[in-house]
Design a protein around this ligand. Structure first.
Ligand code: FES
Ligand SMILES: [Fe+2]
Length: 421
């Protein structure tokens, strides 16, 4: 349970709010790289409650600036990309991606008015299949040292999913391994791609949950009864400020491939659009070979051209009571992403955490909130928050482990068994 004040502190990320100041200390994904191809049109985006335009200049570099023209407010997502910037259609002022007004065709020769024009412009980089922006003060920190951000490779696959609710609800779902036994349950006649895992998750709906503090956030271990006295241990990570990594759906089509455990992992990055909507950037990363992109496209075929699912509050998520009798527990289809969308959107635009009843299985949710509140307080007090990595310093994310594994009963689940297992 949180007070209304604590809830606001970690939910609200608009400019000038304590939570917004905190979120702005970290790089945030702003778009999929494929949304902004070389030579393509500018894209209107909203990030942390700021309305912006993302454009690739003639050199191919991504830039992120205010959407409303600093002159008299025309929308710059309609502008022309030329002469090293974005030229407003209304009176032709030209704006660079680094915050300068370069030309004002309507001003007399020799006018210095353009040097006085100020507007928001944020550093922006391509990394893997994503474009990141830094909206905070001073020199940006290092980008997280995640392998799929080190260059475009076919070892990763990327998409995003629109959510009509606050980002923290999405991130809390990642802290909550217990819901896998309920919300995502397939019934025996269902269509799980991982029937053995589904069987074990369903059989033990009360996992022991251990939370370990790390340099990047939290390592969460969910320990369930496995077969023959073994323990099924799943490690999920919560990374500051707003993403997670976990063992998710297969990297390859299970109908045509043998699925080896721990081939890679998934990342969910919950990025506030504003306080009542967010993008879930969803990334599949495989260690030792290409992700099957055609298969992932098929698995995410429920998304439309705007990366939205057809299931929502407006149509009661198309819940099917017949399906609930034989195929899925929730009657919300077979895609986990749509189950999660129901869970977090149905909590409301910003969940009021002052009225909840938390249980034993919510231990990691509580730890994550406490970690967030501490980090916001750090920024408020002028201290650097946790997990800001500066150039030249080691990145604790290199210690991140993502696993789902059956361990013999005599293995200490809290030991670093992954180094040998
Ligand atoms: S409104 Fe953009 S140049 Fe005038
Ligand atoms: Fe889920």
């Amino acid at each position: 349970m949180l007070t209304q004040e604590q809830n606001d502190l970690i939910c609200r990320a608009g400019p000038g709010t304590p939570g917004g100041e905190f979120m702005r200390r970290y790089w945030q994904p702003v778009a999929l790289a494929r949304e902004l191809p070389a030579g393509g049109a500018p894209v209107e985006v909203e990030l942390l409650s700021e309305k912006l335009v993302l454009f690739r200049d003639e050199q191919g570099k991504p830039n992120l600036i205010i959407r409303r023209c600093p002159h008299r407010g025309a929308d710059l997502s309609y502008a022309r990309v030329e002469n090293g910037g974005l030229r407003c259609l209304y009176h032709g002022w030209l704006f660079s991606g680094d915050g300068h007004c370069l030309e004002q065709p309507g001003e007399p020769a020799g006018s210095t008015l353009k040097d006085k024009v100020k507007f928001a412009a944020y550093p922006c980089v391509d990394a893997g299949g994503l474009i990141f922006a830094y909206m905070g003060p001073g020199k940006p920190p290092r980008l997280p040292d995640l392998p799929f951000l080190r260059g475009a490779t076919d070892h990763a696959w990327y998409t995003k999913i629109h959510h009509e609710c606050n980002y923290l609800q999405g991130q809390e779902g990642n802290c909550d391994p217990q819901h896998l036994s309920v919300l995502h349950r397939f019934l025996p006649q269902g269509e799980s791609h991982q029937p053995d895992l589904n069987r074990l998750l369903v059989a033990d709906a009360a996992p022991r949950i251990e939370v370990v503090e790390t340099g990047y956030g939290l390592r969460i271990l969910a320990i369930r009864a496995g077969d023959s006295g073994s323990n099924l241990v799943r490690i999920t990570n919560i990374v500051l400020p707003n993403y997670s990594s976990f063992d998710g759906g297969p990297m390859l089509n299970p109908k045509t491939n043998r699925i080896v455990p721990n081939m890679g992992y998934w990342v969910h990055w919950h990025v506030p659009i504003n306080d009542t909507a967010h993008w879930k950037f969803s990334i599949a990363y495989r260690y030792d070979g290409p992700v099957d992109a055609a298969y992932q496209d098929e698995e995410f075929a429920f998304l439309d051209s705007k990366y939205a699912s057809g299931r929502g509050m407006h149509n009661r998520f198309l819940q099917d009571r017949e399906e609930m009798k034989t195929r899925t527990y929730a009657g919300l289809g077979r895609y986990f992403q749509e189950h999660d969308k129901f869970a977090v959107e149905s909590q409301g635009p910003i969940f009021d955490r002052s009225t909840e009843f938390l249980g034993t299985a919510d231990v990691a949710v509580m730890r994550m909130r406490r970690m967030m509140i501490e980090a916001v307080e750090d920024v408020k007090a002028g201290r650097e928050p946790r997990y800001i990595v500066r150039e030249g310093a080691p990145d604790p994310i290199d210690e991140m482990v993502v696993r789902s594994q059956n361990l013999a009963a005599d293995v200490d689940v809290l030991s670093p068994w992954w180094k040998t297992a």
